[in-house]
Design a protein around this ligand. Structure first.
Ligand code: COA
Length: 291
């Protein structure tokens, strides 16, 4: 299955064309491998969108390509924005409202990660991942707050499953994503009376994503697939489909929940059989600069 969507999604999807007509999505990390496909599904189903990223060219060209998916669609690519800077995010929201009229559907998707053990992880490196993933998610909610309340909108945080168990070489991302889940839950309770829903999507192993390419140690694909209950990696479309469900009226009574899309993977505690030999090997690769 390709890593992007095309118009055939409208024929094969169980969702009704036009369900997001008149809605505007605001998506951080929207040019990245997972969030881009979330945006594509929303746009194909009628929404306009603004995608936010650090890289100007990548963000603007992704927006142009996504816009082609539906005649009349408008997709803004707002590059040069770092989610750690709430003022820059606020300016991006203001531009979205000026050009697209409103914001209804927010995805806090921007993230940063790498494999590192505590010995090689500086305080600044730990802080950097927490700032991008957790503070960036807070900043996205903060910057879109007025629009969310005004339009009774919804927010989805893209989290992970790494922090459900103790995963070595991921202490920084695990701490950050645990915080993201807590943020989403507390926001659901705080904003529920205002008509705003807040949920989490936790992708597991998804094929063709930067995260899998970078974080799955080389040579481990076959062994990893056998340990996934559904015996395969997920697709970006499966993350997009979960996103559409949560944003759609079919999920109108669902808030403060984590939707795990991982083929059952995290229940396996998949690092167990490789422990500690594989960990020793990876630590050597980190020490020698191979990873
Ligand atoms: N191992 C250990 N430390 C690392 C590291 C690695 N692989 N990569 C970055 N760091 C450290 C840096 O050394 C620095 O710490 P220091 O100041 O003590 O030296 C700190 O992290 C910040 O790095 P810097 O590159 O200045 O930060 P940044 O804000 O420009 O980018 C990331 C941070 C996480 C986004 C960057 O590592 C990156 O570009 N990653 C790849 C893209 C990505 O993460 N995509 C998502 C995949 S899920």
């Amino acid at each position: 299955m390709p890593n992007t969507l095309d118009k055939s999604y409208l024929e094969t999807s169980i969702y009704k064309p036009g369900i997001f007509a008149g809605k505007v999505a605001f998506v951080t990390g929207g040019a990245g491998s997972i969030c881009r496909v979330q945006v594509e599904a929303l746009v194909l189903l009628g929404a306009n969108a603004a995608i936010i990223g650090r890289n100007v060219e990548k963000t603007v060209s992704a927006a142009r390509e996504i816009e082609q998916l539906r005649p009349g669609a408008k997709v803004l690519g707002i590059g040069g924005v770092d989610v750690r800077k709430v003022h820059d995010l606020k300016a991006a929201v203001d531009r979205t409202v000026a050009e697209l009229g409103r914001v209804d559907l927010v995805i806090a998707g921007a993230a940063g990660n790498f494999l590192s053990n505590i010995n090689n992880l500086s305080t600044n490196a730990f802080r950097t991942v927490v700032e991008i993933d957790l503070v960036g998610s807070y900043a996205t909610a903060k910057a879109t707050y007025e629009q969310l309340v005004k339009n009774q909108g919804q927010i989805i945080f893209v989290s992970a499953t790494l922090h459900y168990t103790g995963l070595p070489l991921q202490i920084h991302a695990s701490a950050a994503k645990a915080g993201v889940d807590a943020l989403a839950r507390a926001l659901a309770v705080e904003l529920g009376p205002l008509g705003v829903r807040s949920n989490v999507i936790a992708p597991g192993p998804i094929a063709g994503t930067e995260g899998m390419d970078r974080l799955l140690p080389p040579g481990q694909l076959d062994a990893a697939l056998k340990k996934i209950p559904l015996q395969r990696m997920g697709t970006t479309q499966e993350i997009a489909d979960a996103t559409v469900f949560l944003f759609s009226p079919a999920a109108s009574y669902i808030t403060g929940q984590v939707t795990v899309v991982d083929g059952g993977n995290w229940h396996m505690g998949s690092y167990r059989e490789m422990y500690p030999e594989k960990l020793n090997e990876l630590n050597s690769d980190i020490a020698s600069g191979k990873l």
